[in-house]
Write a protein that binds this ligand. Structure first.
Ligand SMILES: C[S@@+](CC[C@H](N)C(=O)[O-])C[C@H]1O[C@@H](n2cnc3c(N)ncnc32)[C@H](O)[C@@H]1O
Length: 227
């Protein structure tokens, strides 16, 4: 399925079965590791928040009442699951069918935070998605991430080999993305970025979680000094 906005196209593989089973498949990891990280990262947010790739809406219940959230999800099957969780949260949440290209429709510097949780592994072009997020973030806004990344050593080699098949079976998920490098190349500096290890040996073991801020562009920082 190709979901298209005016500004570019995003290829989405709809997975009805995966969407229906997603929460059950992840229940253990969600309870022990992911849910506490979600709460820690978004629990104190306020203002305008954009969540990219909201999936089944696992983060919705974690947003506080002061947050106004635009949640984007391009897979209609995932979106249907997320719709059921809209009532669980206390924040004002608007759920919209759309991929990271929807960020191009939002005004520049309009978001206090952009949230990517377990989604940079699935987005076709994560560097472009991060550039899109950067444009939308206010100067002091936060990019919040929880992402699994390519592991070092033999496991990384296995992840490289397994990714083509894995990606077909899941919603385009890549086991072997070097997301920390991609974030740095997209101009984000870590404010708090933690390495998180899942208590399973395979196929995903290493995650990164935390908050990043966009590095000020050199020209803008010079202009500010002389203003
Ligand atoms: C592994 S799920 C994670 C869902 C959710 N963020 C969570 O934390 O549970 C990855 C999600 O990314 C979505 N996705 C894939 N490509 C995307 C894109 N280009 N823009 C936004 N979301 C995308 C998928 O539809 C899927 O719902």
């Amino acid at each position: 399925m190709t979901y298209g906005a005016k500004t570019g196209k995003v290829t989405i593989r709809t997975h009805r079965f995966l969407a229906a089973a997603y929460d059950r498949l992840n229940a253990g990891t969600e309870r022990r590791i992911l849910a506490p990280w979600r709460k820690r990262l978004v629990g104190d947010l306020h203002g305008e928040i954009v969540e990219v790739g909201a999936g089944t809406g696992a983060t919705f219940a974690c947003y506080p009442s002061g947050a106004s959230v635009l949640a984007l999800e391009p897979d209609p099957a995932m979106l249907a699951q997320a719709q059921r969780k809209l009532g669980e949260g206390i924040a004002h949440i608007t759920l919209r069918l759309g991929g990271d290209d929807e960020l191009d429709r939002l005004p520049a510097s309009s978001a206090d935070a952009v949230v990517f949780f377990l989604v940079l592994c699935s987005i076709d072009d994560p560097a472009r998605a991060l550039r899109r997020a950067r444009r939308v973030l206010r100067p002091n806004g936060s990019l919040l991430i929880i992402e699994h990344v390519r592991s070092a050593g033999l496991l990384g080699t296995v992840q490289d080999a397994l990714t083509p098949l894995w990606s077909r079976l899941t919603c385009g998920c890549h086991l072997n993305r070097r997301t920390v490098d991609t974030l740095a190349e997209a101009g984000f500096d870590a404010e708090t970025l933690s390495a998180v290890h899942l208590p399973i040996p395979f196929p995903v073991r290493d995650l990164v979680a935390g908050a990043l801020r966009a590095r000020e562009e050199p020209l803008r920082s010079i202009a500010r000094r002389f203003a």
